[in-house]
Design a protein around this ligand. Structure first.
Ligand code: ZN
Length: 142
């Protein structure tokens, strides 16, 4: 992954073959000390694991995507949970026949590129564990 700051609060991140954008973006946010940000990205994956939150099990069902797909839309935010920046991202992925699959992005394997624009905010967004779901959700009062 390469990063270039294009404005005071904006970076362009270019991910390369084999990169997992979720873990690399969390590392970048940690290095830069980002506590609130949002991002959009397009590109392609050679595989990914999406999630669908199962309310009864309170866990993500995994949706494996084991084919080359276009990253038609990848949207997300960065907020602090348990003292560390956490990425929350959703993706819509396009298959060869034009059909799509989408969900919560657990991990992706970039191929050949993913172009991401990250905008940081001079603020702190904190996540709190929601007792009903067990998920860490952004709490604007925190
Ligand atoms: Zn989600």
């Amino acid at each position: 992954m390469d990063a270039r700051r294009i404005e005071a609060d904006t970076w362009v991140l270019v991910f390369h073959k084999g990169d997992d954008p979720v873990s690399l973006l969390e590392g970048f946010a940690r290095e830069q000390g980002l506590t609130a940000a949002s991002f959009t990205a397009i590109g392609a994956f050679r595989g990914a694991v999406l999630g669908y939150f199962d309310r009864d099990r309170r866990e993500y069902d995994e949706i494996p995507v084991e084919e080359q797909v276009e990253v038609l839309s990848l949207l997300g935010d960065v907020a602090v949970g348990e003292g560390e920046p956490k990425v929350h991202a959703h993706a819509v992925l396009g298959r060869r026949d034009g059909s799509t699959v989408g969900g919560h992005l657990l991990r992706g394997e970039v191929w050949p590129t993913l172009e991401l624009v990250l905008r940081a905010a001079p603020a702190h967004l904190r996540k709190r564990r929601d007792p009903e779901t067990g998920l860490a959700l952004i709490d604007l009062s925190a």
